[in-house]
Write a protein that binds this ligand. Structure first.
Ligand SMILES: Cc1cc2nc3c(=O)[nH]c(=O)nc-3n(C[C@H](O)[C@H](O)[C@H](O)COP(=O)(O)O)c2cc1C
Ligand code: SF4
Length: 666
């Protein structure tokens, strides 16, 4: 392999950041001091390349510490892992949160996606531009970007600031007032004084799963991010504030949110935590598989695949090892349910992953969490550390002889990495590009081994299934959609937030649970399922919120997004934002999606500027069909869904609702 290393060298801070993930270099061959033995034989090769999955954590470590990834730093990582710099560059440049050019240490991410746009992110964007210059600027103390959905839609409009340093810190402004945004856009006065310079102090665990310095507010559990908010900023509200009816006795999945300290295992146990794992160990893997199959649980990540079947298929593969991947990438615009679970009840996910690993015969689980969730990351890192200390993870879980541990991997701003095969590439240190199926993940998944990928909400459903029994769980909801379901309600309703309802409730029930619409406002449209979903009209509120009900109504539940657009919302602007999202997030691997998402956005922009809607709709239809038919993965296949529904269902560009616009106008 021609590695072609560069001539540039890392500075001390960059070297330390990489070493905090990979350990100190062992020889001159991987960037350390040259030893006599180095002159006689080469080291590295296979051994180093086997650790390629540490590329993403190493890139994070540099970005966290310095704020950007220099050529010298990239070269150093490449030497340590024996990766050609061109490949590492291809990986680093894949992710929106990494910068390959020098930039200020503080980066503000302002969400301008659909839910935040509906709540006024536009004027905030103008204010930021006035204060901090154009997005992505390299001068000054702060830079900023317009961000896709930050997963804080219940508090829209939202902004997140991350400041690099020996201990990176963050702050959130949501709902973001102009004043709060001004504070986010003001860098810490003296970073050196508070240990945030790019200096030599020992850094935290940059890969998110190893030891680091003690946390000031929770010494038992070292975490990647400092818990103290950035100077002058307000602390984040309690995770339970995202659940308007927190504490309700009807809750199953959310029942602990607001009742337990998310950092306390004792609290979790006092509220029934870890009784499901004990039950699982008692009934054995086959018993767990039976209960999950009997429960009728289907995946909550969007594809609605039966979990029992996925687990059975993985467990039965002769090839070893088996892996579990928890998909916590949650980047579908409008979705924030997994964040609330991870922030408010993190031990439940750790327990559920342990049970899943037990059932499918895995010893290692990867928890892939999106990069824009620093508080959820802190809480999960804490939970994993504490669980290890208390023998709930590790070599002999609860003295059962079963070994299982969890590694966290942080995404870095790429929606596509939530796709179940793209996530493998991302963990393996490759670009997060989807793979063609078959082979399916249950046969050849992570590192080419049998893998079960499950969403956070799917996994936490396993706890009540084991405690109440599969058949009893199956009795909740409807025949085709069993159990409780989380809905991410945002937009114009009185009380946006995360709601838990048994399957079978209608859209009207959900909106009424949120207090309905404010006085004088009416519903123009509801987007179900997020950007990949579809619009329904304000007079279609009797649609049952079940997988089969949504399907029968020609829409989808997706990951549980319900975005209510009132009569003041600009629907064309919403569509343009959806199209921009897909264009930006397409991995570019296949032509229909790479080109189609661009054409779709261009066409919608022309309409928004007064272009001829009839001919544009005809073009949109053709492009949309090509994306649906010929794209490799779900991104391209669904990129036209929302636009199509706006045309055909809402009649946005002319004809009466229900009549195909293109047919009439072209
Ligand atoms: C573009 C794209 C993005 C996705 N993002 C996520 C995600 O962030 N979280 C998730 O759980 N599933 C996501 N999915 C669905 C996954 O591919 C997969 O179906 C899911 O993780 C399986 O878990 P489940 O069976 O528990 O639902 C995405 C799919 C596509 C096509
Ligand atoms: S459909 Fe789009 S996102 Fe999916 S593989 Fe093709 S180019 Fe990439």
């Amino acid at each position: 392999m021609d590695l072609r290393f560069l001539d540039e060298t890392p500075n001390d801070a960059e070297r330390e950041a990489v070493d905090s993930v990979l350990g100190p270099p062992e020889s001159g061959w991987d960037g350390g001091t040259r030893l006599d033995t180095d002159l006689r034989y080469a080291r590295g090769g296979h051994t180093a390349r086997d650790r390629r999955d540490l590329l993403l954590p190493a890139l994070h470590a540099i970005n966290d510490r310095v704020g950007w990834i220099s050529r010298g730093a990239l070269d150093h990582v490449c030497r340590r892992l024996t990766i050609p710099p061109a490949e590492a560059y291809a990986v680093a440049s894949f992710y929106a949160m990494f910068a390959l050019q020098e930039r200020p240490r503080r980066v503000v991410h302002l969400c301008t996606d659909i839910a935040c746009a509906a709540k006024g992110s536009g004027p905030l964007r103008d204010r930021l531009a006035e204060r901090a210059g154009p997005p992505g600027g390299h001068d000054g103390d702060v830079t900023w970007h317009e961000s896709p959905c930050l997963g804080m839609c219940e508090r829209a409009p939202a902004a997140l600031a991350i400041e690099a340093g020996t201990r990176p810190r963050y702050a959130v402004a949501a709902p973001a007032t102009p004043e709060a945004l001004d504070t986010l856009a003001t860098a810490s006065p003296d970073p050196a004084a508070n240990g945030h310079a790019n200096g030599h102090a020992a850094g935290p665990s940059a890969n998110g799963h190893g030891p680091g310095p003690a946390d000031r507010d929770h010494p038992a559990a070292p975490t990647t991010f400092d818990g103290a908010p950035l100077p002058g900023t307000d602390p984040e509200p309690d995770p339970a504030d995202a659940v308007p009816d927190a504490g309700s006795s009807d809750h199953v999945l959310l029942r602990r949110i607001g009742r337990v300290d998310p950092l306390s295992l004792d609290d979790y146990r006092a509220e029934g935590g870890y009784s499901a794992l004990r039950e699982a160990l008692r009934m054995g893997p086959a018993g767990v598989l039976r209960e999950v199959s009997d429960s009728g649980l289907v995946g909550r990540g969007g594809a609605a695949f039966p979990t029992g079947r996925k687990w059975q298929a993985t467990a039965s593969q002769p090839d070893r090892p088996h892996y579990l991947v928890c998909n916590a990438d949650e980047s579908e615009p409008g979705t924030f349910k997994d964040r609330v679970i991870m922030e408010g009840d993190p031990f439940s996910l750790i327990e559920a992953m342990t049970i899943a690993g037990y059932a499918i015969g895995a010893r290692t689980g990867y928890l892939y969490i999106r990069g824009e969730y620093p508080r959820a990351l802190r809480h999960l890192e804490n939970a994993i550390t504490v669980a290890r200390e208390r023998d709930l993870l590790g070599d002999d879980v609860l003295g059962s002889g079963f070994s299982f541990d969890i590694e966290i991997r942080r995404g870095a701003g790429a929606y596509i990495c939530g796709e179940e095969t793209a996530i493998f590439g991302s963990i393996e240190g490759e670009r997060g590009e989807p793979r063609t199926k078959p082979p399916f993940p249950v046969e050849k998944g992570l590192f080419g081994k049998p893998t079960a990928v499950n969403n956070v909400e799917t996994l936490v459903n396993v706890l009540p299934i084991l405690l109440m029994g599969g058949p009893a769980y199956a009795a909740v909801g409807t025949e085709g959609s069993t159990g409780p379901k989380l809905f991410c309600l945002s937009g114009g309703v009185r009380r946006p937030g995360l709601y838990e309802l048994p399957f079978g409730a209608t859209l009207r029930d959900l909106i009424e649970a949120a207090g309905g619409m404010p006085e004088g406002r009416s519903i123009q449209a509801v987007l179900l399922g997020g950007a990949a979903g579809a619009f329904v009209r304000g007079d279609e509120l009797d649609i049952p919120l079940t997988f089969e009900g949504a399907r029968a109504a020609g829409t989808t539940l997706g990951s549980g997004v319900v975005l209510v657009l009132d009569d003041t919302a600009d629907l064309v602007a919403t569509l343009v934002r959806v199209a921009a999202f897909f264009r930006d997030e397409s991995c570019g691997q296949c032509v229909p999606c790479r080109v189609g998402t661009v054409r779709q956005e261009e066409s919608l922009l022309r309409i928004s500027r007064g272009g001829d809607a009839a001919s544009e709709v005809a073009l949109l239809r053709e492009v949309g069909q090509a994306m649906r038919d010929a794209s490799i993965c779900g991104l391209g296949q669904t990129a036209w869904n929302a636009v199509e529904s706006a045309v055909d269902r809402l009649g946005l560009f002319g004809p009466a609702p229900g009549e195909p616009a293109g047919k009439q106008t072209s």
